[in-house]
Design a protein around this ligand. Sequence first.
Ligand code: GDG
Length: 461
Amino acid sequence: MARIVIVSNRVPIPKARVAVAGGLAVALRDLLVPGTLWFGWSGRLAADPAPQPALVEARGVTYATIDLAADAHRALYVGFANGALWPVLHFRLGLMHYRREDWLGYLAVNHTFASSLRQMLRADDTVWAHDYHLLPLGRLLRRQGFGGPLGFFLHVPFVPPSVLEAIPVARELVADLCAYDVVGFQTEEHARDFRDCAQRLLGAVVDGEWLWLNGRRLRAFADPIGIDARAFAGEAARAVHDKLVQRVADSLSGRALAIGVDRMDYSKGLPNRFEAYGRLLERHPAHRRRIHFLQICPRSREEVDAYRKLRVELDRLTGRINGRFSEFDWTPLRYSTRAAPRATLAGLYRIGRIGLVTPLRDGMNLVAKEFVAAQPDDDPGVLVLSRFAGAARELSEALIVNPFDPDAIADAMHAALTMPVEERRERQAVLKAKVFRTSAAAYCRRFMDALAAQAPRAVAA
Ligand code: GDG
């Protein structure tokens, strides 16, 4: 069997004898069989990084990482990927800070990645690159003579041509994606937006999920990412005995728990969610003293200005809500910027009466799926889900809201708090079946099948 080579910005090297922890490593677990190679950045900065990757073996998988110079990392990560590309791909043109030197730095790091990886590649390898840090990698690998199957998966949304064109290198980015054989997106809407961009900016010919460009055919399709629902549900059931989960459960004193879990990111719609909670307490005073809202919100990308501003904004809103509604023995909003251990998180979801997932735009949003997987069947909680999360395409039995409308979120919270248990069970049964069906394993299998079906790569138009 051909070797699979995974490429991502960060590489989750497992610690000895510790189970795979989360994120991409969980999603790709089925591919982490002996012989697989995973390549990317070590997470370390070095004054003069060596081009040769450092190798670590764990359970037969080779993890190959390189260090980056501080200015290269700044241009790639802070400057272009998170300062320009992330806001554009989340429809936030006003937050885009494009600098030509960042774009050139982004290209340079992709070049370093390609050269360093190229030394390790065999002719029959299958390469699967991940996410918006690595759009040009496939083209650069081709330029260096790699001829094997090349796939790419975009974890974040894609945008229509009229939005993408705001970034001065829109054409280059679309051309870079077209260098792959298969490009996967979270939803059909994102895949269609990409095909539209390729048609309008490059003159590609679109035929269903296929694109013809310069005599080559590539496929751009939806492959929604899933979670390992069975394992997560088990973890959630066991975590009810977790000390911290028990302490939180005791502290509720019978009140309902509304829970939100998000990296602190402006795409997650946190200020609107906080405001919605204030509206709920204002418009439905009966819920006062009967609910706690716990927002877990680990800090993220603090090198980027917009993220620092968001933190100030959330501190202010928390103070305002608690100042206005608190009673001497009741604090309505608990807000933590520290990350919780994964098992604790699973247990907290399980005791949650409402899961609040209200991003303004999100590729998929795994928290929505984790919340569903964690719920007990007999007395399940209710998921309140933004229509602009990729997850809403699948999880239509959640209470779907427009996250730009705090009153609509407040209405959904009220509906969740007053929903009869029979209706909650019915919704949960359908949601759970979907989350178990669209698993991480199914996601990997679909992508690998698509990549295998693309061979032979070059077909005359
Ligand atoms: C990108 C796309 C897409 C969060 N806080 C803690 C914690 N988490 C975990 C969650 C979840 C993951 O992090 C977050 O995943 P999301 O999907 O919600 O969001 P992004 O980080 O923005 O991910 C997104 C995803 O890629 C996958 O393709 O769905 O649209 O933006 O698993 O549980 N985990 C722990 N402590 C925390 O405090 N342990």
